[in-house]
Write a protein that binds this ligand. Sequence first.
Ligand code: ASP
Length: 669
Amino acid sequence: MMVHRSGKQGRSGKQGRSGRKAGRQRQRQEGPGGTRCADRQRKARNFAVAKFATMYATHYRTNTCGELREADAGKEVTLAGWMHRSRDLGGMTFVDLRDRFGITQLAFNMSSEAELCGRARKLGREFAVQATGVVQVRESRNKELATGAIELVVTKMEVLNTSALPPFTMEDETDGGEELRMKYRYLDLRRAPLRKSLELRAKTVRAVREYLDGQGFWEIETPNLIKSTPEGARDFLVPSRMQPGSFYALPQSPQILKQLLMMGGMDRYYQIVKCYRDEDFRGDRQPEFSQIDCEMAFVGQDDVLDMFEGMTRHVFQRVLDYNLPPMQRLPYAEAIARYGSDKPDLRFGAEIHALNEAFAGTDFAVFKQVLESGGSSAQESGGSSAQESGGSSALQGPGLIAGIVAKGCAEYSRKQLDELTDFVKAPHRGAGGLVYVKWAADGSIKSSVDKFFSADQLREVATGMGAKPGDLLLLVAAKTGITRKALGDLRLELARRENWIKPGDWSVLWIVDFPLFEKDPDTGEAIFVHHPFCSPHPEDLAYFDSDPLRCRALTYDMVMNGNEIVSGSIRIHQPEVQNRVFDVLGFSQAQKQEQFGFLLDALKFGAPPHGGCAFGLDRWVMLMAGQDTIRDVIAFPKNNAGRDLMMDAPAIVDQKQLDELSIAVKLKR
Ligand code: ASP
């Protein structure tokens, strides 16, 4: 069944041009009268249809399954979509027809259209169907559906394709497990939650382009087959057939290339780009992910922060209709001290209070030891990186007694307190224990350290921390990094348990002044915190040679609801400084030349001061879509083991292909 659209609607420029050409040809063949006559006939035949056609009208439909309303009653329309579900009620059969835009109820009447109704009863789930009929107001409206006021009384129906029985239902709450849904991702994509996430993603990208284009950025592509760029992860390698034994690396990010674009005078660049990092699958990661990669020339840090704060606000406005307030710029050291994290979630309080002074001179052995020597604990550092555990050595200090206030939690049971104690004692947090002080609503104090401190002493500490009767204090005493990490994680855990975070709340802020280097926990060597092209903080150049770990960088992150969404920096633009950073990182002259010779060369030719950042697009969209994993906002994601379950990749390749690449596979047994 073919549907004619009205004149201009639904045609792209390209189709329009070829359409005009075809028209001219026809005119030559038929003569002018013939074409006009055919047009008139077509218009007459499809008058009812063409009149109501929308921009989505195509060869197969006049409207979508999401757009008809009460005001359309009486119109003849054609829809195309999938058979979502059907119901037989005596003389009537109802079919929900679904497409990307929504669901419309089709009604088939056994008494007036027996043959048609019989065919409707045979439609299977996910059959692709085209139906023509007249829009009618429903007797009982379905409030769940946008089209719930109407139904289509079908007069013509064609099955465009049958479907095998789908392996799971296309409902919002489907019966399919994640692995099954990833194997049949094209079916999973038909479900509303995924469709909505991808719609939100498309809107985000559109708003990003709109903003950056308006600010004079150029979208410039950079190659995928390159030489390794250091972002701190393992590279994916691509063997070269033409140069046997040599490999390209897939970009971990276009970092060096965007810097070279600035050196090439492009001034403002962006790219929505795939990045590849061969990391172990800790947490919610994908081996390939998308960044909104940006760079600007002749800028200082505030120029970059202002520009991308503006972009973030624009996107929130466009996509969520939400006005983000101006963003706080919190120094890294302060974030670590107050929230125990370089990605603090500020949607709730429970800040960390340092209590060394409050407990100075105590005889309580655990506290005393921490005050005197930094204390002992299950392990040396509390996290996988210095950032997580409390920062560079300059920020660690010897030992720290600190605590947080759990508002309204004075009634916690023994069991609840034991759970929280186990939480801070988990090996990756490493605290030795948890001290609690309950300040009951009646003013009385009960604590795990009653033997060592009087109620008045503890009440004074609690008051100093801003607590009130009814609150619970939770204290950790350990090496500074461990105390901060344990309490930082604990405040998040309490927020989760106590529902401190209100749905729809946003916390978006900048963290600035990161350390330039940190100590490799395994080797003790200085390693870069962000990447080796970040400019040292001009105020800290004095320590650069004597105490590099004390040196801050012009590096910044944007943190959204406790997730790092953006990271970036002002880059080094003088070759001497770049050389000194490579020296601190332990690169030999030959290594520098071999790996970064082209960059060091480029810096010699009047490189402009420049800086930029990259947004993690997947995670940003995940947060705006209210999803828990980035897999839910990626059309074709990999599973936790990095496999594409639908295509079954990675896969073993033919011996012939390996031979062409001069590669022999040696599997470890
Ligand atoms: N290339 C950096 C990254 O991928 C971002 C930047 O510094 O612009 O994290």
